[in-house]
Ligand binder design. Structure first.
Ligand code: HEC
Ligand code: HEC
Length: 336
């Protein structure tokens, strides 16, 4: 991580902030999660996080004032939208499903194809996307400048007039506070042998063993952060080529970033195109060996799981990885 230029200062700042008597932010990270990474040019402060939260929930960031980040990444729907694909401004639908923004602050490569880096590098994408929020950055800045409350807060937080990159910094700071850990799996790992049911424990063994899931869903976030072709949607007439569109490398054809599996039970349907309705269907997909195609990852092959094993694997995903203190955030009052 350090090699990527991220400074891991979460715990240090937590200590400093609490000593300063300010709000407890960044709070202690939930069990099982690493310290919150922060970019050197975007340290978290309570004021910046509060501004980012307002921007996140504010539909005035879209051309016709109807769509906010929360429209597609809704705290009540696992910070996603419960649909196969997202619906943006004027009811337009895109081709990809909305990933949750919880724990997204840990990921370097953002989007299914990794075309943006870090949450700060991601945030201005949807604002400018014509089928999502459809603004230009000039319009965005003008609009925020016309709202007195924002004008003041941007001055307080960044010491200057509203700038597009500061919008991204504030939203990124808010997203970095959305953490979900402390799942039964984490408590089991920490020594509480009663945290996982027998079935979930059997599923866990399969996940890390025979079913091979941890070849890609590895580490504390259950993702290697890398791109793999597991064949989803590849046989469609005009398939989404995923990472290939960014890298133009043949080996990346049909490859997508491995998603985190924390709290995956909250965000059906699954895969970049929302094509798998349930976790049972996902496991069935892997069990048959994905969809054969020239770029299929070598770690994807028929698993020959029994019915019992498939059920246990789902139990591990559903019970074992679901956080008990999942972030619930109510929309804030918006500045006038
Ligand atoms: C119209 C629906 C829509 C809106 C509005 C929207 N998003 Fe998204 N978001 C998506 C979709 C769909 C993707 C995946 C797109 C892709 O991979 O190409 C995505 C991806 C992301 C990701 C990447 C997560 C990951 O795991 O890679 C983050 C972070 C994110 N959005 C944050 C935001 C923020 C912040 C806003 C507001 C400024 C926002 N989104 C507005 C639909 C939306
Ligand atoms: C070769 C790497 C690899 C292996 C092995 C792997 N996965 Fe995945 N997984 C991915 C990628 C990449 C995606 C996204 C694919 C897409 O959308 O096109 C994904 C998607 C998923 C999703 C959907 C998550 C979401 O938010 O939509 C689930 C659930 C999942 N995998 C579970 C598993 C399980 C269970 C196993 C073991 C049986 C497993 N994976 C094995 C790479 C892998």
């Amino acid at each position: 991580m350090r090699a990527f230029g991220i400074v891991i200062v979460g715990l240090l700042v937590a200590v400093m902030v609490s000593h300063a008597g300010a709000q407890h932010w960044p709070r202690e990270v939930p069990l099982g999660l690493p310290p919150v990474p922060q970019l050197p040019d975007n340290p978290l402060t309570p004021e910046k996080v509060a501004l980012g939260k307002q921007l996140y929930f504010d539909p005035r960031l879209s051309r016709d004032n109807t769509v906010s980040c929360a429209s597609c990444h809704d705290p009540k729907k696992g910070w996603s939208n419960g649909e196969a694909v997202a619906t943006g401004i004027r009811g337009q639908k895109g081709g990809r499903s909305a990933p949750p923004v919880v724990n997204a602050g840990y990921l370097r490569f953002q989007f299914w194809d990794g075309r943006a880096q870090f949450v700060e590098g991601q945030a201005l994408g949807p604002i400018q996307n014509p089928i999502e929020m459809d603004m230009t950055l000039e319009e965005l800045v003008e609009r925020l400048k016309s709202i007195e409350g924002y004008r003041k807060q941007f001055q307080q937080v960044f010491g200057r007039d509203v700038q597009a990159e500061d919008v991204a910094r504030a939203i990124g700071a808010f997203e970095r506070t959305l953490l979900a850990g402390n799942a039964p799996y984490d408590r089991f790992k920490a020594g509480d042998t009663s945290a996982l049911s027998e079935a979930a424990q059997r599923g866990m063994k399969l996940f890390f063993g025979k079913a091979h899931c941890s070849a890609c869903h590895s580490g504390p976030l259950f993702t290697d952060g890398a791109f793999h072709n597991i064949g989803v949607g590849i046989l469609k007439e005009n398939p989404d080529l995923g990472r290939y569109e960014v890298s133009k490398l043949l080996g990346d054809r049909g490859a997508f970033r491995t998603p985190s599996l924390r709290d995956v039970a909250r965000t059906a349907p699954y895969m970049h195109d929302g094509s798998e309705p349930t976790l049972e269907a996902v496991v069935e997909y892997y069990n048959k060996g994905g969809t054969p195609n020239p770029q299929l990852d070598e770690e994807i092959f028929p698993l020959n799981l029994t019915e019992q094993e498939k059920a246990d694997l789902v139990t591990f995903l559903r019970e074992g990885l679901t956080s008990e203190d999942y972030p619930v955030v109510d929309p804030p009052e918006l500045p006038k």
